[in-house]
Design a binder for this molecule. Structure first.
Ligand code: 5RP
Length: 218
């Protein structure tokens, strides 16, 4: 199966975690696009979706799915999103699509994070994928120096302004052996909006697309 077919498989499989009539948290990316398409094609009636990006909002609206603002809900039963990397404990690196801040906000509203990904995303230790960090533009150089001091090389993502008007640094060369501590520490650096390590808001379930079908990690 191609990577695209694996994404379709897990996008479809995620439907089993959606309760008809509920409000669903929806992430961003090519795998989530498959979920959105599967949701629309299924004909399942949901009360609406809280979206993590302009991209997903536009796709859902075009398919007739009602969009609610995050501020309109107190909680969500489920949040469905992809990842750039995931380990066996459900910690993730996210933000390849630059939507990490809103993704973390919507994930934080949800009782359960269902991660959908093809099997290439499963890793032993996070950090091979360049770590996205959303930053306030005036702090980017100082934050890059801080990463340099811990062995990372940060580069400013070209032509990228996030939905929040901020910039993204992509950091190579850091192995994230303690995701919770790493997330907590980097989030405290002045000017960091969100670090793309999802440890506090880790996945409760991961649906991994493999050539022999969907593998569920819980
Ligand atoms: C966007 C993300 C995506 O979930 C992540 O980049 C995975 O994307 P894709 O499903 O296209 O591989 O974090 O900010």
């Amino acid at each position: 199966m191609t990577q695209d077919e694996l994404k379709t498989l897990v996008g479809q499989a995620a439907l089993q975690y959606v309760t008809p009539g509920s409000i669903v948290g929806v992430g961003t990316g090519s795998t989530v696009d498959k979920f959105i398409d599967a949701l629309a094609a299924s004909g399942m009636a949901i009360a609406g979706a809280v979206s993590s990006s302009v991209r997903s909002t536009e796709r859902m609206r075009a398919l007739g799915i009602r969009i609610l603002e995050a501020a309109e809900v107190e909680s969500l039963p489920v949040y469905i999103d992809g990842a750039d990397e995931i380990d066996r404990q459900g910690h993730m690196v996210k933000g390849g699509g630059a939507a990490l801040t809103r993704e973390k906000i919507v994930a934080d509203l949800a009782a359960r994070f269902v991660c959908i990904a093809d099997e290439s995303k499963l890793v032993d230790v996070l950090g091979a994928f360049p770590l996205p960090v959303e930053v306030i533009p005036m702090a980017a150089a100082q934050i890059a120096r801080r990463f340099h001091a811990i062995g990372g090389q940060a580069t400013l993502r070209a032509n990228c302004v996030t939905d929040n008007g901020c910039h993204i640094l992509d950091v190579r060369g850091v192995q994230i052996r303690d995701p919770q501590a790493f997330e907590r520490d980097v989030n405290q650096w002045p000017g960091v909006v969100t670090v793309g390590v999802f440890a506090r808001n880790k996945a409760g379930v991961c649906l991994l697309g493999t050539s022999s079908g969907v593998r569920t990690l819980e």
